[in-house]
Design a protein around this ligand. Structure first.
Ligand code: PRP
Ligand code: MN
Ligand code: MG
Length: 181
């Protein structure tokens, strides 16, 4: 697994520190709100687990699963709902928790869909942002790190369902996905 990593982009320590900062900021901003963290599976699983423990106010969590990448490295542009939320969103202040904002297709689709269900507010918290790849404009309130246009893996992020369990975020060696094309 480690042999497929070209370089480490963000270490465990860097991620931990930034997640603590984001959590403190969110706790402040949502102190008098009805916070519901919405984790977008599967990529956000590690970030969600760490972020929720860094937010020291009452909150609820829920999960939804969507997929647009399948097993490839490029977005298909078509977002598929695999699992929907279970909690009623009426009057809730939603914070969508994502691992990465790439083309923006996934988040733009999710935001539009959730806004029809009468939440009090909807905002986004993404660990990583890849501005060079945006295809649609998505307003993001909280960003952990801005990353260059390289294929990143680890801390929840996969290539073909692998590498999600790396504790850090790394760049995948191009030959790994080139050999699969
Ligand atoms: C990845 C990633 C984001 C999305 C970002 O998910 O976790 O959810 O793509 O890309 P976009 O901004 O171009 O839409 P993926 O569809 O691979 O599913 P996964 O989270 O289960 O890996
Ligand atoms: Mn995802
Ligand atoms: Mg994926």
């Amino acid at each position: 697994m480690k042999n497929d990593v070209l370089k480490v982009l963000l270490t465990e320590e860097q991620i931990h520190e930034r997640v603590a900062e984001l959590g403190a900021q969110i706790a402040k901003d949502y102190a008098d709100k009805n916070l519901l963290l919405v984790s977008v599976l599967k990529g956000s699983v590690a970030f969600m687990a760490d972020l929720m423990r860094a937010i020291d106010i009452p909150l609820a969590i829920d999960f939804m699963a969507v997929s647009s990448y399948g097993s490839g490295v490029k977005t298909s542009g078509v977002v598929k709902i695999i699992k929907d939320l279970e909690i009623d969103l009426t009057g809730r202040d939603l914070l969508i928790v994502e691992d990465i904002l790439d083309s923006g297709m996934t988040l733009s689709y999710i935001i539009d869909m959730l806004e029809t269900r009468n939440p009090n507010s909807v905002r986004i918290c993404t660990l990583l942002d890849k501005p060079e790849r945006h295809q649609v404009d998505v307003p993001v309130e909280y960003i952990g790190f801005t990353v260059p246009d390289e294929f990143v893996i680890g801390y929840g992020l996969d290539y073909d369902e692998r590498y999600r369990n790396l504790p850090y975020i790394g760049v995948l060696k191009p030959e790994v996905y080139e050999s699969a094309e």
